[in-house]
Write a protein that binds this ligand. Structure first.
Ligand SMILES: Cc1cc2nc3c(=O)[nH]c(=O)nc-3n(C[C@H](O)[C@H](O)[C@H](O)COP(=O)(O)OP(=O)(O)OC[C@H]3O[C@@H](n4cnc5c(N)ncnc54)[C@H](O)[C@@H]3O)c2cc1C
Length: 504
């Protein structure tokens, strides 16, 4: 397979196979990863989501592909090592078009004590050791170092100057966009032969059969299969009643770039009174900045779309402002989003629960894969497919580039619009070619930058190849304009135009 494919995500149940090797339930990062793994092992695969690709937690992450520094802080070396390995695979082999190195700063301000700074520096050094053991080149993720105050201010000009002793600088991985990774995985699975459907809900399942409902037409269908893999995140207990979760909510704020002018690196601020909790400010490639994140236990039924609370917004603003020359204000917040971590039930505050993933086979034969994190989706997928016992073929995914993947030097040589290359890698010219063919519009119109740089070309491709059937799909998952309500309003007409163009 090349880095380019006409593979498509489709909606509903029409024409799906009723007998497959593997049924994958859920198209978050975990389920989409499972679909890639199973299809790449030459199993016949049907992968479905009740809503849309990346509808659940996977679109609400911090968009970091991290080496697990925070796990080191809590002594979970195994998880940190696994994260470092998977980070290296994504950065160097499978998705260098969507995952990039990002400088991270720990400013040594007056609210970071000297012992805290020494402990953090030691942790960063161990993290670098894990990078080496995981065989991630220092050309990709440079070695950490301490920098003087004037250098720190170059990376983060908004830092409070009084008492600034310098900063610790290290590098980690950052995603272009979590929902884009999931969409890319789902199309990669389709390129390897999987049938990928959204708006298709599994209403009941055992290890060998499942009942599905088309969420658009209401029609139902039975599918027989050798294995069912439940990758439904915080909803996993609905298909496997013996799986108990204790989700926790994490909230981020969205700021415009002007709120922290000149921000060239992510930076962290310690939460007062905690030895291990930090708040991040993370610059994004579209000019916005995320500030996160909280960790609040959630009880009761899981909402489809969790909402940040006012208290979380105040908390984030207050903590990050501790390190700034001028505190942030509510008026700087142009959006906020919250996600639910699918943590397995265990004793203790949710912030301390293990982030390790689990694969469990229920009495009815359903294999559930849950927990973990976005960074380790590939390993989770491999373990889940192994657990079905239906194939002895080893997983090839550690060396399987996703659609559009290529080394940075090759991506730099692509003759195509920069925004499309950033979001589609080597597929950028293909995305544009499809948009031209479908719309017959001039490039000037297809590539004219809309809010936060979005183009009509990518929206058309979202409808033609990525299964988008509504403005919500386009604005909230194929692009992330929906993270800022004002941008969403501004882009609505463009999204509807793309839907009309492909529909006509
Ligand atoms: C705030 C926050 C920040 C995070 N930041 C990071 C980070 O920076 N880096 C990192 O590595 N990890 C991060 N994580 C963890 C990571 O985001 C999650 O572990 C991961 O996204 C979970 O993905 P999933 O596919 O298991 O679940 P989900 O993304 O929730 O996917 C489950 C899917 O199942 C579908 N579904 C549910 N029921 C059914 C059904 N009956 N039939 C069909 N489909 C169904 C849903 O529609 C949904 O799309 C973060 C988590 C949170 C909450």
């Amino acid at each position: 397979m090349t880095g380019l494919s006409d593979a498509r995500i489709m909606t509903g149940l029409a024409g799906i196979p009723t007998q497959v090797d593997v049924l994958v339930v859920g198209l978050g990062v975990t389920g989409a990863g499972v679909a890639v793994d199973a299809a790449a092992r030459r199993l016949s695969v049907l992968a479905v989501d009740a809503h849309d690709v990346a509808f659940g937690t996977s679109r609400w992450s911090s968009k970091l592909v991290h080496g697990g520094l925070r796990y080191l802080a809590s002594g979970q070396v195994g998880i940190a090592y696994e994260s470092a390995v998977e980070r290296g695979i994504l950065l160097q082999r499978t998705a260098p078009h969507l995952v990039r190195p990002m400088p991270m700063l720990v400013p040594l301000t007056s609210n970071v004590s000297t012992p805290q700074a020494m402990l953090t520096a030691a942790g960063i050094e161990v993290g670098d050791l894990l990078r080496m053991v995981a065989r991630t080149s220092a050309h990709v993720l440079p070695r950490p170092r301490r920098i003087p105050p004037q250098h720190a201010l170059r990376w983060v000009p908004a830092l409070r100057r009084a008492g600034l002793r310098g900063a610790l600088l290290y590098w980690d991985g950052q995603l272009e966009d979590d929902a884009r990774l999931v969409t890319c995985l789902a199309r990669t699975a389709a390129a390897h032969g999987a049938v990928v459907r959204t708006r298709a809900r599994v209403t009941a399942a055992t290890g060998t059969c499942a009942s599905l409902r088309d969420e658009i037409t209401g029609s139902t269908l039975e599918v027989s299969t050798k294995a069912v893999i439940n990758a439904t995140g915080v909803w996993a207990g609905q298909l496997a009643s013996d799986i108990r979760l204790r989700p926790s909510r994490g909230t981020h704020l969205v700021l415009r770039g002007e709120a922290l002018l000149g921000l060239g690196a992510a930076f962290t601020v310690p939460v007062p009174g905690s030895a291990s909790r930090w708040i991040f400010a993370l610059p994004q490639s579209d000019g916005t900045i995320f500030v996160g994140l909280t960790d609040e236990a959630v009880e009761g039924d899981m909402p489809d779309v969790p909402e940040p609370t006012d208290a979380e917004i105040d908390f984030l603003l207050n903590v990050v402002s501790l390190s700034l020359e001028h505190p942030l204000r509510h008026g700087d917040v142009v959006g906020a989003f919250a996600g639910l971590r699918p943590l397995l039930d265990a004793e203790g505050h949710t912030a301390d629960l293990s982030r390790k993933h689990a694969v469990r086979t229920s009495a009815n034969g359903v294999v559930t894969v849950v927990g973990g994190k976005l960074t380790t989706y590939r390993r989770m997928a491999e373990d889940a497919v192994d657990a079905t016992g239906i194939t002895s073929s080893p997983s090839p995914t550690a060396d399987l580039p996703l659609l559009g993947a290529a080394p940075a030097e090759e991506l730099a040589r692509i003759d195509g619009p920069a925004r499309l290359v950033r979001r589609f890698g080597t597929e950028a010219p293909f995305v544009l070619a499809i948009a031209r063919a479908v719309s017959r519009l001039p490039d000037q119109e297809l590539l004219s930058p809309g809010p936060r740089g979005v183009t009509l070309a990518e929206l058309i491709f979202g409808v033609s190849h990525e299964g988008a059937i509504s403005a919500d799909d386009l604005l909230d998952r194929r692009t992330r304009l929906g993270l800022v309500p004002a941008d969403r309003d501004d882009a609505l007409a463009l999204a509807n135009r793309a839907l009309e163009i492909v529909g006509s």
